[in-house]
Design a protein around this ligand. Sequence first.
Ligand code: ZN
Length: 470
Amino acid sequence: MREGQDIVSDRRGHGSEMDGAIEVLAAYGAQLHPTLWAGATPGGEVTAQAYLTIRDRLLSHLEGIEVDGVILALHGSSTVSAVTDAQGELAEYVRAAVGRDVPIVATLDLHATPSDQLLNQLDAFVAYRTAPHRDVYETGRRAAELLIRIIDSRRRPGLAYARLPLLLPGEMGQTGSEPMAALAHAAATLEKTVPGMGPISLAQGFPWADTESPGASVLVTALDESARESACAVARMLADAYWRLRDGFYRSVQVLPVAAALPMAQDRLRSRRLLYLLDSGDNPTAGAPADDTSMLRALTEWNLPAVVGAIADAPAAQTAWQAGTGARLELQVGGQPSRRPEVATTIAGRVAALSTHPEGGRMVRISTGTLEVLVSERRMGMRTPDILADLGVDPRSPDRVIVLKSGYLFPEFADLVQEVQGAESVLLATPGACSLDLRQLPYRRLRRPVFPLDQSAVWDRSVIWRPPLS
Ligand SMILES: [Zn+2]
């Protein structure tokens, strides 16, 4: 969490949406009033206490000031214990603090599930256009440009939106593959060519949140009331296409059962081709505990040389750090954040390398001979190949299969796999909190029917018009 001027001065080169917005607004000559930034590795619901602390700190920055506009950078799919719609509520508080006359533009993750309350409180929404997310910074810039436009033109935007009864794991909605590539292209073209259109967002939703409607939606900004009809028509057209393509999304990527991936790994090791296997069911950046060791056990049984990680296990990481590089130890790994000892396993090996990481904390590589097991103190996303390199693992080496706790590869890993000749990455159909097989998940709040759980699901073609706020 960072507050006030620290947000502007300490940007750490992350290229966040805030960075993009700050640069556009500063170049415009705006006087910035930075408030609060908070982020976390996803993992279940945010506690009510954490949410209330963040909300109240944010609101304290808005007390007694007058502003011309607000940029609110949200994810769009956070859920908070005992608060039904925290983001809608937060938007309502921010709106009340600055007043009805001040335009507010929000940025959203592509995997957002914006509620009606959220959509009714803020002027406009700009979601990422890419998955994996390569345009985070650009999204902030687009939001700030829209905010400036609203302030300068004194015209408030309206919003046409449609919700689809469609659950879509991010892996099936990658914007570099069909059919999502074509849909994203259509949205970008309509945004550019239809008069009166502002940003168009194809929010994919977040199927691992057990809310009433964690499905896909289409958000179309009309620059003012006069573009209402076009915006509604565009929203309907895109939502129709979204719905028509629903089976195609699920066919767009191969998700391989572990039993089929192991012989594949054996083959690639023999032919010396780099292979990344993605333990998608236990993907921490979608909220999973990252502490299931079943892949580790399967690789041991098959005696396949592999790098596996990062398994989140604070006691194991701390023990290995205390023992130091070169120490030999027997260690139980896994089952920590989930408190499920049945997913843990015992490994015997040598502490081969230590490192630290801003998200993962203290990290260790334990070498068992066949396996290189990466353990982190805290749950972390396998976001960049540096994480491997810092622990002495060559992310391009075909000597070992690389098994990551990850859904689709983050951009830098995806680029690496593109660059290395013959390299591949394959999603594994592993079980877990973020299983790609949504039928395995014990939904309680989800509104049914919904695709793909219910073949009876239909989109009723309704588009909602949220008029300009004033
Ligand atoms: Zn996302």
